[in-house]
Design a binder for this molecule. Structure first.
Ligand code: NCD
Length: 330
């Protein structure tokens, strides 16, 4: 696996990812997908290293996916949940991170409800001149790079399972629909999907898709388009990514009702008729059935890639841990 070409110590954002880095992640993840299909699904790549999952916000799939990925690489894992930690006694986030550092942690996987926390911890590790890597597992509304990469891997693997790579997306039309305002997943996906020549169409009511995103579109002419209605975004789309309404991040009443939202922006079989006939639907989860996507469509394997995304997540997170971790043993 091409770890020797990898120089990034922390994975905090996709904003400055290069084409080579995207392709290295995709190829490495494809190798680990093969490992995961074997009877013995474990490799010794990170034997003796410690991966700490520091989750300051609820999570099902991201936390479990990083844990199983680290275990498949033979790393030792530590799991932290803020509600049962010494943070309830007043310890700061940086002191918590330093405690894990003192226990010999090599990689910290961090999720926090505030944007910038993984960056702050990475800066502190750099200041201390320790060889610890920080992986952002979702920070506030900012970014969720491993989700962006697993979405990319899911799509590229469908187009060429043996050789997933960025240029397979050339000429495709992808729509991202839903609560884009509050979505770190959308922000990471905007970086990864506009790294190649495809059309990315964002669609949501104006309260969930501010004009600012249209300005981002002006920076990416011919690549990023903003719609305040669903139909024009779906027309001839190859892939549709739908997002949860993130009520925990909403500070005002941004929608008249969930029923009305589903009527205008919920993805259903009949709305998919506007797309290419072989269109596929993605969702990062957790899903609110019957709100952003109809329940029957979510379970329809002819259209839905939602379970593939979860499976891809393990291979992609193995790739990320391996790429940042394999330099440490030397
Ligand atoms: C997303 C997240 O936490 O940002 N979920 C995930 O990581 N799979 C999206 C969401 O919470 O809606």
């Amino acid at each position: 696996m091409p770890a020797s070409t990898w120089s990034r110590q922390h994975i905090l954002s996709l904003a400055d990812f290069t084409t080579t880095e995207y392709n290295t992640v995709l190829q490495t993840a494809a190798s680990f997908r093969e490992v995961l299909s074997r009877r013995t699904k474990k490799v010794p790549s990170l034997q003796g290293q410690v991966v700490a999952n520091l989750f300051f916000e609820p999570s099902t799939r991201t936390r479990s996916s990083f844990e199983i990925a680290a275990k498949r690489l033979s790393a030792d894992t530590l799991n932290f949940a803020s509600s049962t930690s010494s943070m309830t006694k007043g310890e700061t986030i940086l002191d918590t991170a330093k405690t894990y550092l003192a226990m010999g942690t090599d990689i910290m996987v961090i999720r926090h409800q505030q944007a910038g926390v993984p960056q702050a911890i990475a800066q502190e590790m750099d200041r201390l001149e320790v060889k610890v890597s920080v992986l952002n597992a979702g920070d506030g509304q900012h970014e969720h790079p491993s989700q962006g990469l697993l979405d990319l891997f899911t799509i590229c693997s469908l187009l060429d399972p043996n050789n997933p790579r960025l240029d397979l997306l050339k000429g495709k039309k992808i729509a991202i629909v839903g609560d884009i305002l509050h979505s770190r997943v959308a922000r990471s996906n905007i970086w990864s999907l506009t790294a190649t020549d495809l059309e990315l169409h964002l669609a949501a009511p104006p309260t969930l898709l501010p004009k600012l995103f249209a300005e981002c579109g002006q920076d990416r002419p011919g690549k990023l388009f903003v719609h305040w209605n669903l139909e024009s975004a779906l027309e001839d789309a190859d892939f549709v990514m739908t997002l949860r309404l993130q009520k925990e991040r909403m500070t005002a009443h941004l929608l008249p009702s969930l029923r009305e939202y589903h009527h205008y922006f919920g993805i259903t079989r009949s709305k998919l008729e506007l797309c290419k006939s072989n269109v596929k639907v993605l969702h990062p989860g957790p899903v609110n059935r019957g709100v952003e996507i109809s329940s029957d469509l979510m379970d329809d394997l002819e259209f839905s890639l939602i379970q593939n995304q979860v499976t891809s997540g393990v291979a992609v997170r193995m790739a990320l841990l391996y790429l940042i971790g394999s330099g440490k043993t030397s």
